[in-house]
Design a protein around this ligand. Sequence first.
Ligand code: GLN
Length: 279
Amino acid sequence: MEVWTITKLHKWTSRYLNSRLEAEILIAYSLKLKRIELYINHERVVNEKELADFKKLIQRRKQGEPIAYITGTQPFMSLEFFVDRSVLIPRPETERLVEVVIDHHGSQLTIADIGTGSGAIAISLAKYLPEIKVIGIDTSPDAIKISQKNAEHHKVSGRCEFRIGNLLEPLKEKVDLIASNPPYIPTQDIETLETDVKDWEPIQALDGGVDGLDYIRKLVNQAPDYLNSNGRLLIEIGFDQGGKVKSLVENNGKYKTIEIIRDLSGKDRILKAILQNDH
Ligand code: GLN
């Protein structure tokens, strides 16, 4: 009978999935090992039961299910987040938004994360800014369950509150900073997305309406009613939306500093706007 070591399984899977990284993540998850332990134990033999269980995972991946939904977790800001199909898988681009908030939060004490999903933004902010309080909002009760579980896991539930509701409506108090990674993909572009995304991730977390700006427009227009003076609005936007977003914030007239911040690859990524004192 053929003997499968971890090394052999890794080689075979890397070829089958066309990704060494995905192979590594799936093997580690399946054998309940840390990724580094695969290298330490590379000659360990994988038994028949383990092989059979692993094959089931590989088939799921082959059918397009994202790795994060298979393993149930996704790293974000060096923290591990629980995810399932009710939430968007946190993206590396969104880490930029969190970093910008950390750099620009000033004396901001209360932050709202609109469309919190897994809670990735809210919880990593609470984790890295120990003096703040965060309110995470999402329309999906299932998403709120996940975000609460993540906050407990990261021991910040004392400073994170999660509320179910539409955009800013659940806010009964004013906050110092509003952060959001809203759905911003134009409806007609959804079908051009990778299968992993369009067939598996929640459409309501992606679809931003005809021009992709439905939620961004609402956030820009509603935020002044919910922000303290000098309050800040930081929103993740699409790579080609900088110009349009900048003019809709300018046209609103209630903001002073308006800036489009680029990501590491030079693409428009974040809107940063500061409210005027006398709005
Ligand atoms: N706030 C979550 C994230 O950034 C979810 C965003 C969304 O569902 N659009 O990952």
